[in-house]
Design a protein around this ligand. Structure first.
Ligand SMILES: *Cc1c(COP(=O)(O)O)cnc(C)c1O
Length: 361
């Protein structure tokens, strides 16, 4: 490794992969940083991973003026790392910014930031199947003040985490019939902290009852299935895949989109259509719904083995055949162990970044 600023070189030289990684637990040695002030973006820079200073009254802390993304870089047995559909993360990151009224990060800054952290970290991307370098781009305001207005100062950062497979165990979902995660015309489709704040109490109660996570229903009638707190949801009903259609209360997952495309290529029927919760519960009872699974970048696909009420009845879901098949095929494409018929993966060249400032545009 050569050509990075001395502090970055030292961080890279001083880092080695621990024997056990977990998911998203071990911070990678470098991070990316760019600033936005009064209408324009600074160039980006690589920094050693570490603490940042922010004023206690920064609006990101006071008012959740903050958005994020999650994606992965893979290495496998190759020399060149690659990303999976970062273009969709960019589109969603910009849509999230727009909804909160924050300045969308320019395409070149977002992509160069991802490439910079991935190429600098290439020696620390675990190679085992299911492992990856988890990447967390985020944008937050740094301007202090209690005026509940959009700020004029922001930071765009990307942190990394060399990760093993995500292990949530078998998922058990609790139907949330009281709280709502996202309001109509609200921020549910944006990847922003406020949605997670809205979900946390329910998740904690679900976990206390032995469930893994809450299953959210529509905010108006609590009649239709939406998604989980951080993952989208599919049901297998009479052999067909069904997932709720996107709306302003559902996060448009990259994994969800990819599963729809892949399933159709595998010859499965895949539909986006409303799923009434009572009909779903009935379908599990009478055996016409054979599988339920969650999907997201971290877990990829996680079978749901149980669905139930808070303090009430629980139903087991015995099968996981289609979920497992989809997971295996999707992961093989993501890791480039199988051909990539959709052109979803993008190489990141290892290169000396020293002569190239990471331009804002
Ligand atoms: C990130 C997220 C997902 C999954 O999106 P992916 O792009 O597949 O990782 C689903 N729901 C919510 C609420 C999320 O924040």
């Amino acid at each position: 490794m050569s050509g990075f600023p001395p502090a970055v070189e030292a961080a890279l030289a001083g880092f080695s992969l621990p024997a056990t990684l977990g998911f998203g637990i071990v911070p990678g040695p470098v991070m990316f940083n760019a600033r936005y002030e009064d209408g324009s973006w600074s160039d980006g820079e690589l920094l050693p991973y570490g603490e940042i200073s922010i004023l206690p009254t920064a609006r990101s802390l006071q008012f959740a003026e903050t958005i994020f993304e999650g994606t992965k870089a893979y290495l496998g047995d190759r020399d060149t790392p690659h990303l999976f559909r970062p273009d969709l993360n960019l589109v969603r990151f910009r849509a999230s910014a727009q909804r909160i009224g924050m300045p969308p990060v320019p395409e070149a800054l977002f992509m160069d930031g991802l490439k910079a952290v991935v190429s600098a970290s290439a020696d620390f991307i675990p190679r085992e199947t299911g492992s990856s370098l988890y990447l967390r781009p985020f944008l937050f305001s740094t301007e202090p003040g209690f005026a509940p207005l959009n700020s004029s100062r922001f930071r765009f950062m990307i942190t990394t985490s060399p990760s093993g497979p995500y292990t949530s165990g078998d998922m058990k979902v609790m139907i949330e019939r009281r709280d709502v995660r996202a309001a109509r015309h609200g921020i549910g489709y944006a990847k922003t902290g406020g949605n997670y704040a809205a979900a946390m109490r329910s998740t904690s109660l679900a976990v206390a009852e032995g469930y893994t996570v809450s299953l959210w229903l529509d905010p108006e009638e609590r009649r239709f299935v939406e998604e989980l707190s951080g993952m989208n949801l599919f049901a297998v009903v009479e052999g067909a895949l069904v997932t709720p259609p996107l709306s302003d209360t559902i996060l448009p997952g990259v994994t969800r989109r990819s599963i729809l495309d892949l399933a159709r290529m595998m010859g499965l029927t895949a539909r986006e259509e409303p799923i009434a919760i009572d009909a779903l519960v009935q379908a599990v009872k009478d055996g016409s719904c054979t599988e339920l699974f969650a999907c997201g970048t971290a877990a990829i696909i996680a079978p749901v083995v149980e669905i139930g009420e808070s303090g009430g009845a629980r139903l087991e879901i015995p099968e996981r055949r289609i979920a497992d098949a989809l997971r295996a095929d999707l992961l093989a494409i993501q890791e480039r162990r199988a051909p990539d018929p959709f052109g979803w993966t993008v190489d990141v060249q290892r290169r000396d970044l020293s002569e190239r400032s990471i331009r804002a545009s």
